[in-house]
Structure formats: structure tokens, C-alpha cells
Ligand binder design. Sequence first.
Ligand SMILES: Nc1ncnc2c1ncn2[C@@H]1O[C@H](COP(=O)(O)OP(=O)(O)OP(=O)(O)O)[C@@H](O)[C@H]1O
Ligand SMILES: [Mg+2]
Length: 624
Amino acid sequence: MTDTAEHSSPSEKRSAVRSLLRLWPYVRPARNRMAAGAAVTIVASCAGLVIPLALKWIVDGPVAGKDPSGVWLGGALVLVLGLLEASLFALRRFILARPLARVEADMRADLYGHLQRLPVSFHDRWPSGQLLSRATTDLMLLRIFLAFPLTFLLVNGVTILVGFIVLLIQQWTLGLVLLAPVVPLVILCTYFEERYSRAARTAQDQSGDLATVVEESVLGIRIIKGFGRHRGQEKVFAALSGRLRGTELRKAHLLGMLWAVIMSLPELAIGAALVLGVLQVADGELSAGTLVAFLSTALALRWPVESFGFLIAIANESATAADRYFEVMDAPVPADPASGKASAKASGKASGKTSGKARAAKEHGGLRLEGVGFRYPDAPADAPPVLHGVDLHIRPGETMALVGTTGSGKTTLTALIPRLHEATSGRITLDGEDIAAMPRERLRALVSVAFEDPTLFSASVGENVLMGADAGREADLTRALEVAQAGFVHSLPEGTGTQVGEQGLSLSGGQRQRLALARAVVGDPRFLILDDPLSALDVHTEALVEAALREVLAGTTALVVAHRPSTVLLADRVALLSKGRITAVGTHHELLRTSREYASLMAGDEDRSAAADRTHAGHEGGRR
Ligand SMILES: Nc1ncnc2c1ncn2[C@@H]1O[C@H](COP(=O)(O)OP(=O)(O)OP(=O)(O)O)[C@@H](O)[C@H]1O
Ligand SMILES: [Mg+2]
């Protein structure tokens, strides 16, 4: 289950304005358009305020003087003002639509780029639904905010100000009556704003959790169906969705109360002003036209005032959306030596030592781990580290098998070499060069991996495999498919152009594993890391892949995680990982003799091993 609290904002007092101000860098390119849009809207809104003044002129002039042509003229003036107001509002939309869509697209692109650069440990911690909802719902909210509430908070503020000035000039006593509710309104709005923004944050987090459940159940549909778990899953969904519904209801409740106050207080004030105004007209202190103008202005201000409740609500939700967006954007991306001074230093050092380089490469060449330790960032503090003091040297061109009980840290160790996780201590060198000082791009070009879990993407078979090489060509693809014994792709409907379904689920486990293996070898990497690459293959296919791999591995420095003796036999030497350290290194036969742990690890598989050995030998014999 996902944990909302972990991703919620800290309890420290947040400010909606401060959160929204962080959007400035994205809004900057659109600032002129936005200013123009706001100006147009202010003019449109104030044009609306001139209409009551025209009415006053009509009532006190032509109507009082019974002059029909003057009434027509006045009517035409009101019509023109109305048309002007309407067309300016339309112009506003035209000005803003394009740049704001751009802002949203830029923010989304930045978020996606950032997610790609964030370390694996971040993704281990964050549920994908939370990230998904931030990239979609929250960004949409922000665009709506920039297009509508932001402008109207300004425009309505200005309109209210201008309106009240007009009111006060016309009849200051009545104007003060209308102004009376302002103070209680501000106090009440502040009170609701605070509670509403908390509810909004909860609702957005809960909808992220809901997205996670939906995503997991779609991806895990096979397990859910296989175990008949759909009822349970429905219950989980219903519970979360019920919680979200409760939060939304609370929001609606708060908004309803806010709305009631914002609507009724001004209405009361207008009613009072009407009574007072009629009395004043009866006393002859006020002209009928002024009262008409006064009341129409007051009514024209009703929408700007009433909309404030709604605008504050959206502004709050948008501030929350901005917080949630920047929570992800603020997660630090580990510095790449290529982009800092470190790289200049490192390359300077390297070029200074050119004379001794050949010797150094010989001594330190290959893949070397020195005193490497690692613990997962989210592991409990008292748990022992997964790896500690790991020393291992794989000579250039050598293939080393990595063996250990399940859960001993083999996968963890292999993840340190392409720096999916950062070693917490010690260092790892490739041909003498520390990977920590290596630009990520270079590291990824040198090292190629095939993971335990062969993930494929919704793309064609060929694209999935060629992902492993920077400028892979058709010939590389054919060779890689051959090494991985993935000839089955040629009998797919469109060969290597066949689209694989989401996560490659349209292929069998062994087929996926072979494509993942092809992806690892296609770029002809100097260093190859294979995490149990043959586990899903039948003995016969395994033997064929091994024979082909042997040729690839001959020129490559490789670390191959192995469970079966048949895979171990691919390697020149074997390293045994036990209790977080490498406890023995040697050939398969040496270790069988010298390490009891190794012998017992392999013993369970003895019968299969013998069978595999026979297949293997038979096959090799056949080739010679
Ligand atoms: N992302 C993670 N966060 C915290 N702990 C983890 C994480 N991944 C693995 N571990 C822990 O690290 C230990 C080593 O796991 P690892 O996957 O490296 O084992 P392994 O040797 O590859 O096992 P197997 O042979 O089953 O594949 C395990 O105890 C596991 O619980
Ligand atoms: Mg593993």
C-alpha cells in the first residue's frame, strides 16, 4: 500500500503565494502575452462598468426630458459597450491559449526529463501513481490557474477597486454601506482558505494513491485473475476511492460555506443601499438616474466579488499542485562528473599519466572492486549492510561468475557497476578508471547489462534490442539475435518490426529473456553484466545460447550472476558471495574442492548439472 504521509508537504506553514511564485521561470517566456491578456481583460471589465453611467445619462437626460431619439442614442451606446466587452474577452482567450499550452508542455517535459535522471533509489521510494498524477492532473490544474484564476484575481481586484471608486464618487454614503461587509468577508475568506488548502492537498495525494492502485492492478492483472483476487482488489480500490470521496465532500462543504457567505453578505449590503437610496430619492437628495447607476454598478460588481471564493479555491489547489510538482523537481539528481569541475580534474590527471598508462592498465585493467560496501537508503538503521568490504578483480577479457544464495546481494552488486545505485564505500574501477569520476554517458557506453527481470518497452522487437547500442545497425541486430538464440523473432508476423505489447507481455518469459540478452550484447560492450540471463531457458536452448555467448564473452570482461552449474561453466572463474563479502574465488572445480559452501550450493543441482554438462559437451563436440 502506498503511504500518503511520506509524500505530503511538511507540516511547516506553507504559503500559497510562495508556492505559486515558483512557477515564474516557466511563466517568464509568456509574461508579455499574459500581461497583454490581463490588460485586455481589465479594459473589458471596466467597459462593463461604464454601462451604468450610460444608463444614468439616459434616465436623467432623455427619459426625464421625454426625448425618444436620445433614448435610441443611449441604447446604441450601451450596445456598443456590451459588444466591446464581449469581443475583448474573446481576444483574451486568443492571446493566452497558445503560450499557456506551451508553459504546461515545458513543465511536463522538464518533469519527465528529471524523472529520467533521478536515481533508481528515488523510484524505489516513490509510487508511480504519485508521479503520474503529478505529471497529468497537477499540471493541468496549473495551466487552468494561469489561464483563468490568475488573470481574474487581478482583473476582478481592479474592477472592484474602480467600481467602488465610481460608487463613492456618485454617493459616498451609499458607497460606505456597500463597503461595510468587506472586513468580515476578508476574515472569513482567510479562515476557509487555510482549511480548504489542507483538504485540497489531501485530495490530490489521495488521487495519486488511487492512480497507483489502478496502475498496479492493470499491470498485475494476471496475478489478480490467477489468484482470484479481483474482489480483494476491488475492496482496496473502493476503500481508497471512498476516502477520496470523503475529502472531496469536505472540500465541497467548505466551498459551499464560503460561497454562502460571499453571496449573502453583499446581497444584504445591496438591499440596505437600495432602501437608503429610495429614501434619499424620495427626499429629493438624490436623482433617480444616480440611484439607477449606483445600483447597476453595485450589481455589476456582484460577479467579481462572488467569484473570489471560487478563484481562491482554484488558486489554493494550484498552489498545492505546484508544491507537488516541485517536490519531485527538488529531488536531487546526483552530479555527473562530466558537467562539473571534477571531470576537468579527472581528465587532467589521466592525461598527465599517459606514460605509465599501459602498465597501469595491465595492473588495474579489467573490472576491479575495492572494499566496496553498500546499504539501501531505506533499509532499517540496525540492519547489516547488504555488501561490505567486497574485493574482486576480473581481468581484462575474463568472464567471472558470481554465485551466492538467494538474497545474498548478487543483483545489488551488479547494480553498482553501471551506478544504478552508488556504492556507499570503497571504489569500483574499469581499466583503472574510477567509475565515480566517469561521465555517466561514457560509463553506460562501456558497460552493458541484462537484468534478472527482462523488461521490454512498447516498441518493435528491433527497437527494443537496438536500445542497447548507440548507433546500432541492422547487422548488429542480426548478430545479437543470433548470440541470444532469438531466432523466434523471424517467425513473428512482422519479424523484427513486430510490436511487442506493453512490458513485452505478448512474449514468453524465455523469449523476453533472450531479447534482453540480445540488447545487452548488441553494442559490443567492453564490460558485460548479466544477472542470471538464462534462468528461463530450457536446457537445450540454454546450451545453444551458452555456445554463442562463449564467443562474445571471449573478448569482453564479464560478470555473470549464475544459479546453475551450467551457467557457471561459461565462466573462467567463479566468485562466491556470502554474508555481504566475496569469500572465495577460483575455478568451478577448485571451489568445489575448497569451499564447502560452494559445493553445497551447487550440490542441489548436481543431477541437472550433469545433464547440462552432457548436453554442453555433446554440443561442443558437434561444433568441432
Ligand atoms: N530496493 C531495495 N531496497 C531495500 N532492500 C533491498 C532492495 N533490493 C534488494 N534489497 C535487499 O537486499 C538484499 C539482497 O538482494 P539482491 O536482490 O541483491 O539478492 P540476490 O543475491 O540478487 O538474490 P536472488 O538470487 O534471489 O536474485 C535482500 O535482502 C533484499 O531484501
Ligand atoms: Mg538477484
